[in-house]
Every structure is written in C-alpha cells, then in structure tokens.
Design a protein around this ligand. Structure first.
Ligand code: DGJ
Length: 504
C-alpha cells in the first residue's frame, strides 16, 4: 500500500512515499541526513539536485557529495553552531519535530471537473484571461462544485462547540465568532498585543450586498468599516466591533461608503504608545490608488482616521506593513499599475512614509504581499493580479527588506496541481509568526474571495514552514546564501501542535 522510492542525493537521502489513510491520499517526503530526519521538500517540483543517470555523473555526485558532507560536518562542529544547538535544547526540538511532521503531511483529493458548458446566466461577465478549468468552475455560480469551494453554512467552524473538533482549522468553511456570527475580517492581518497578551485580527467588514458599480467594474461591497476580533488562542475569536467605520454622508471623505477600503494592517508603536493602522484607500474605479492611516490608543479601537496619500508620489494598491525586530516599520505596496512593488521605511511615529524607497520585483506584476522574517532573512508571499480570481502564489526572499528580492517559487504543497497553481483557491493576506518555541512554523492567512457574494468570502489558514533548500533555478543561483524554501501545506483539517500556546 505504501510504494516508496529512494534516491541518493548529494548530501543525504531523500525518501518519498505515498499511502492511503482514512480514505484520503497522503503524500509525504522528507530528507534524511546521517540517519536524522531533517527538512521537508516539495515532491511536486523539479529538483535541482544531481541525478545519477550515468556512472560518471554518479562519480561526480559522490565527490561533490563528500565535499558537501565535510563542509556540513565542519559547520556543525563549529563553536557558533554548537552554541545554537545548546540554546534550543535537544529534547524540545525532538518533540517539536514530531509535531511539525504531522503538519507537513499533505492531502490530495480527486475532483472531477465537469465538461465545459455554456456560460450560465449569472456567471460574472468579466473574467481574467488564460484561466484553468478549475478557476472557470470556481467563478461559475452554478458550478456543481460550488459546495466544495464554499461548503454550506451547516459545516461551520464554531468555537463554542467543544469536543473532538475543538481547535481545528477547516480552510474554506464558514468560521463563526464566539457569538455565532460569521467572522468579517477579509484581506486582514493579525497582531499579538504584548500588553494585553491577546491576538487581534483586523480585516474588511464586508457584510453588505455585492454589486457592480459599472458594467465593467469589479464586484464590490460599499465600505462598512474595519472589523476587529480578539483571541487568546488564534482559533476562537470574540467580535470587538467595527474599529474604523465608514463615513455615511460626506461624499468627499476617503471613507465614504462609495469608496474602497481594503487590506488593513495594524502595528504598535512602543515609542508613542499608539496602535497605527495602514490600509489601501481607493475610489470605485481604483484610480485614487492611495494609502490611508488611522491611529488608536487601544488595540480594539476606536481608530481615528488621519489622512490618505500616494506614498512617495506613486500609485499604491495592495499593500502591507511590516515591523522589524529593531522597531523600524516598512510599507510595501504594488505600484506602477501593479507591475512592481515599492518598499520603504515609515517615519518613527509610523504615521507617514520617509523619502527612502526601493522598487522591487520590477515587471513581475505581483500583489497581496504578506511579509515575514525567519532567522534574519525576509520572506514575502505574493499573488498575481487577477481581480478576485485566484492565481499562483510565489514566495520571495531577501537579505535586506529593501531588496534585492529573489523569487524562490510556488510555496504550495499538496492537493493537486490545479489547486497548487491557484493557491488552494485563495489569495495571500498575512503570515502570522508563532511564539519563539516554534521558530520555523507560521500560519499562512489567505482569502478565498467569493465575487458573487463578497461577504461570504472564506478564510484559508494553513501551516507555513521554512526549511530545506529551494528546488528551482533561481536568478542568482551561484550566489550565497542559498535560500531556505517556504512551504505552505494543504490540509482539509488541521490544528497547531498541542502546547504551542503558553497564554492560556
Ligand atoms: C485584488 C486585490 O488583491 C484585492 O484586495 C482587491 O483589490 C481585488 N483585486 C479587487 O478586484
């Protein structure tokens, strides 16, 4: 039942296997170095490692392999690495490795795409070009697969029901708050507030009717405001209300309900003691292309709206902010008609940009940036630009947040290829770091947009891990450092390792 193949690699052994468990196909793969299980690799990608297809190549691999083993051993025996090992504690690492292995299992399902049919009456008229049959089905309101993409409200995640299902994430299901209402926090982000030892989730509150302002315009919901939810465990969320509300009457106001307010992100400024929110501010045609800033004394608001502007004088659409370990915060936004990203530090009070910025990922047409940092390296997940339709995520890495940023490939693992090329039918919005006892583990937060009824868009939260080598040719592939690969593992049902949370 468990077919296996084993390949000798340059510096160890890679084992790849598949089996059937509880009726679903599980694919797993890991690297083994000197008998010790190390990191996960993506079975679905081309490998850049050497292959033994002839005797001479084998010989070269063995020689290079031996050299690599020597380098690895030397580095392991060096005082710095020994210090790091001791700092982490060997016993804890072993149990963490066991927990993380569970998260690295991935699931694959067989879905049958129905044969092509005439466009149904209510299908969205404006569709991006070059779509796969899966995305065609996804955007078709009458698709037989609708329930698979948007499971009905009977299968919700309810934090008030304790028992076997407690603490499990079910990506794509309706997620209720502690009062039993669907969470409204789309395009959002999460902060951990050290002062209250509480997580806060901010996002677009979209609980209104979806309509098209113009025949060719994108589906939209009038601005209602920014929703805020609090949690001690990242699973059960209490509604803290709308912390930044729409302007009902003044049509000239940025937050007038007829405008666009997207992708709010909040950081805390320890110098000023203020919580600062940045967001994408636009008009109905997305031509204002600005960022807005709001401020509050408390994580759960109310936030006071300050102003909007075109950062550094450029158009700005999808955006995020990132607070570095030294307290410097950065704004990252899609610019020049979404063809590139710009990144630059904020002022010390986080209320404005400075006059420093860099253009990165030029010509790559990426949006929905979600940044995180791991062992001194900056990583970013982005999406392509196809409106509300899902597309392929890419991971990028950089030694300095100001760039250069290098694209290191599609991080999605599991399900089937169509799903991986569509980020499991979702779009990135944020990456949540976990407490330091799990330094390699993050939560990837994404939105499964429902353009037919945006309020019913779903959340796709999945484990994201950093480790192993990237396995596709890179722009500067003879240059150190070799980036670690970023992996987002598909699960229909999963939970964080028990004991991850010291807050309870
Ligand atoms: C894609 C962006 O990522 C979303 O935030 C939103 O602006 C949609 N486009 C609108 O079509």
């Amino acid at each position: 039942m468990f077919p296996r193949r084993c390949r000798n690699l340059v510096f160890g052994f890679e084992l790849i296997g598949a089996g059937v468990l509880h009726g679903k196909r599980i694919l797993w793969t890991f690297l083994e170095i000197k008998g010790e299980r190390m990191e996960m690799r993506n079975k679905f990608r081309k490998s850049t490692t050497l292959r033994c297809d002839s005797q001479s190549k084998c010989l070269i691999s063995v020689v290079i392999g031996s050299l690599m083993v020597c380098i690895l051993l030397l580095s392991l025996l060096s005082p710095t690495s020994r210090k790091n090992e001791m700092g982490q504690g060997i016993q804890i690492r072993t149990s963490h490795h066991l927990h993380l292995r569970e998260l690295q299992e991935v699931e694959e399902e067989n879905i049958q795409i129905p044969p092509p049919h005439k466009r149904p009456r209510r299908a969205p008229k404006r569709r991006p070009k070059r779509m796969t049959p899966l995305i065609d089905e996804f955007l078709d309101e009458d698709s037989q697969l609708r329930r698979k993409f948007f499971p009905d409200h009977k299968t919700f995640i309810d934090p008030m029901i304790t028992g076997n299902d407690s603490m499990f994430y079910y990506p794509g299901r309706v997620w209720l708050d502690t009062e039993g209402n669907p969470i409204q926090a789309h395009g959002g982000g999460v902060i951990f507030d050290e002062r209250s030892e509480t997580y806060y989730w901010y996002g677009e509150y979209k609980d209104g009717p979806t309509y098209h302002a113009h025949e060719k315009g994108a589906a939209r919901v009038d601005i209602i405001g920014i929703g805020c939810y609090s949690s001690k465990d990242l699973w059960s969320w209490k509604n803290e209300g709308i912390v930044l509300a729409a302007e009902e009457t003044d049509e000239t106001h940025d937050l007038h309900k007829s405008n666009v307010l997207e992708r709010p992100k909040v950081i805390y400024n320890s110098r000023t003691g203020k919580y600062v929110m940045w967001m994408h501010i636009d008009n109905v045609n997305y031509t204002k292309a600005s960022v807005g800033v709001a401020i509050s004394d408390y994580p759960n608001g109310p936030f006071h709206y300050l102003q909007s502007k075109r950062p550094h004088g450029f158009d700005s659409r999808d955006m995020t902010i990132f607070k570095d370990d030294n307290g410097t915060a950065y704004l990252i936004y899609s610019s020049q008609g979404n063809s590139e990203l710009h990144v630059g530090p904020l002022s010390e009070d986080y209320l404005d940009v400075t006059n420093v910025a860099r253009r990165v990922l030029i010509g790559q047409h990426r949006e929905a940036p979600a940044l995180f940092k791991h062992k001194g390296t900056y990583y970013m997940i982005t999406s392509g630009c196809t409106g509300w339709a899902p597309n392929e995520a890419l991971a990028h890495a950089a030694e300095s947040i100001m760039g250069p940023w290098e694209t290191i490939g599609n991080p999605c693992i599991g399900e089937n290829k169509m799903f991986r090329l569509a980020t499991f039918l979702s779009q990135s919005t944020f990456v949540i770091p976990l407490p330091s006892s799990y330094p390699n583990l993050f939560i990837f937060m994404a939105d499964r947009w429902n353009p037919a009824d945006l309020r019913d868009s779903r959340y796709v939260w999945l484990p994201l891990m950093v480790g192993g080598l990237v396995d596709q040719p890179l722009d500067y592939n003879f240059r150190f450092p070799l980036w670690s690969r970023v992996s987002i593992y598909w699960h229909r049902k999963w939970r964080l390792p028990q004991g991850w949370n010291s807050l309870k």
